[in-house]
Design a protein around this ligand. Structure first.
Ligand SMILES: C[S@@+](CC[C@H](N)C(=O)[O-])C[C@H]1O[C@@H](n2cnc3c(N)ncnc32)[C@H](O)[C@@H]1O
Length: 334
């Protein structure tokens, strides 16, 4: 223990696992993620309304099953699942089994109709939705040395780093395939554990759709020095694996994608689900001022959720399972 406190060298995966999810980990703290950063879920109820709309489209495609499951994967304090339930039409809500999957404990005052689970339920018919989960699945960090050889980055509890052994095995194969490194000092986050975590989550869907939404990058434009960073009390900070801050890195969503997946931006996904940042006509201000103000607030929230350089650039990975192509028509991606 003394050794760990004073500075055992470990790979970033083990260090972040303990810092985020260990007994005193950041995500087990009582204040919850919303005290430290703002996700689309916190930004506006329009986000939950759009997810509810997606669930309704899927419900139709699935032939309106007797039980339609909605899984809020990595649910934080259950804000999304509660918002989706609120936004669903009564007849769909009545058939919906609502589940939150979280490492942290059930929050007080959550709708008792929402199941609070440590793992996603098996064999669901419905929608598994993971907003900002995969960026918090801990990964190793690699850095190319002077000879261009990718080495594991080791870290101490205070955040100091040094290079370790060359990357080998599955991690080396992942780097080679998805994020090759050669220039000295170039860094990458090795996404293999995220690919596995996503595949396991998708495997719980028997019929329906799994969606991962996150900060993302693609093979043609990986960030040359990686994206590992921290967040504490609303501000970005150095990633220090001592349990005091979030530790996050953008997600190689293209590597997570399984056959049949679609990748699109949040901007395109939300527009397809009816969320646009269009301002109301000025004439409404004189004919119905209250409606104008409401529409203006709606447009402002929609603009934040779809903003270039912000939440609008997030990636949506859609993974249909046993639903006809036509069901997702309109959600065009590449
Ligand atoms: C960035 S927060 C996102 C919370 C929420 N989805 C939102 O968008 O506001 C990430 C959450 O994922 C949870 N988490 C991470 N890995 C998990 C896992 N394997 N199973 C369940 N929850 C997990 C964390 O505890 C944390 O609450």
């Amino acid at each position: 223990m003394g050794q760990r406190l004073s500075g055992e060298w470990r790979g970033w995966r083990a260090a972040a696992e303990e810092a985020l999810y260990g007994a005193d980990g950041f995500y087990r703290r009582p204040e919850g993620p919303a005290a430290h950063f703002r996700t689309s879920v916190h930004a506006s109820p329009l986000f939950a309304a759009a997810v509810a709309r997606l669930l309704c489209l899927l419900d139709e495609a699935l032939g309106r099953p007797a039980e339609l499951t909605f899984v809020d994967m990595a649910a934080g304090r259950g804000e999304l699942v509660a918002g989706v339930l609120d936004a669903l039409p009564g007849d769909v809500a009545a058939r919906t089994r609502a589940c939150a999957v979280e490492v942290a404990g059930r929050p007080p005052n959550l709708d008792p109709g929402i199941e609070w689970l440590a793992e996603p339920p098996e064999k669901i018919t419905g929608l598994l939705f993971a907003n900002e989960w995969l960026d918090n699945v801990p990964v190793e960090v690699a850095e190319a040395d002077a000879d261009g050889v990718p080495r594991l980055v080791l870290v101490r509890r205070d955040g100091t780093e040094r290079l370790g052994e060359p990357v080998t095995g599955t991690d080396a194969a992942w780097l080679e395939r998805w994020w090759p490194l050669s220039a000295e000092g170039a860094r990458a986050e090795i996404g293999a554990p995220r690919d596995s975590a996503w595949a396991a989550a998708v495997a719980t869907v028997e019929r329906g759709l799994a969606v991962a939404v996150d900060y993302a990058h693609r093979a043609e434009a990986r960030p040359p020095f990686g994206t590992l960073t921290g967040f504490r009390a609303g501000r970005e900070c150095a990633p220090v694996p001592d349990g005091s801050c979030d530790i996050t890195a953008h997600v190689a969503l293209d590597a997570c994608a399984l056959p049949g997946a679609r990748l699109l931006t949040q901007r395109d996904a939300l527009r397809a689900l009816g969320i646009t940042g269009a301002r109301p006509p000025l004439t409404l201000a004189s004919t119905d001022p209250t409606a104008y103000v409401r529409a203006l607030a709606h447009a402002g929230a929609a603009a934040e959720l779809t903003a270039p350089g912000g939440l609008g650039d997030f990636g949506w990975l859609l993974q249909p399972v046993g639903v006809p192509e036509a069901a997702l028509a309109g959600l065009e991606g590449s």
